[in-house]
Design a protein around this ligand. Structure first.
Ligand code: ADP
Length: 172
């Protein structure tokens, strides 16, 4: 019997968007087990703590309409990505590609990871048409300015964003 094919989908997920969830759903079709790896060390200065980001992912993955045999785990990681990937017995990194603008960064990261460990493959999934333009960064920006983010994130994530921003206003 062959070993299960494990894939790691790493990111900041600050917060998880409908674009991320689409990639998660599609990735489960190509791997036997998907590990969504939430980065603790990020220079992106996240709005949500790593634990909050994990919690939101858990909640939203639970609501996805996936085949019963899909296996998804959400984990935190703070080591070098290739070391984390090896530590969970995986050799596939899943990344989403939105526009040409993602390409250079993703290409560089995949090439450097391949140099660090040639056995690791990065697999890119093209963003679906309807989610192409969604980014966590703009979702936060729109939410801060009171815009409607209902199309970009789930109601649960919207609620978390609203209460986070409300907390900030109250704290002023
Ligand atoms: P990172 O800090 O690693 O870029 P992100 O949470 O911003 O983390 O993104 C994680 C992965 O998800 C990246 O490969 C990114 O290109 C991909 N991604 C982000 N938004 C979308 C989207 N709307 N559609 C498809 N892929 C996406």
């Amino acid at each position: 019997m062959s070993l299960p094919r494990i894939g790691v989908y790493p990111g900041t997920f600050d917060p998880v968007t409908n674009g991320h969830l689409d990639i998660i759903g599609r990735a489960t079709d190509i791997v036997d087990k998907l590990i969504v790896a939430v980065s603790i060390n990020t220079d992106k200065n996240p709005m949500f703590s790593a634990t909050e980001r994990v919690k939101m992912l858990h909640q939203e993955i639970e609501l996805l309409d996936l085949p019963v045999n899909s296996s998804i785990e959400v984990m935190l990681f703070e080591s070098l990505l290739v070391d984390f990937v090896k530590s969970v017995g995986a050799y596939i990194i899943i990344r989403g590609l939105r526009a040409v603008s993602d390409f250079e960064y993703e290409f560089q990261m995949a090439s450097m990871n391949a140099r660090l460990d040639p056995k690791i493959e990065t697999v890119f999934l093209m963003a679906s048409d309807q989610y192409q333009f969604i980014s966590s960064r703009f979702v936060k920006e729109i939410a801060r300015l009171g815009g409607d983010i209902g199309y970009f994130v789930t109601p649960g994530v919207k609620k978390s964003l609203d209460s986070h921003l409300l907390g900030k206003i109250k704290a002023r």
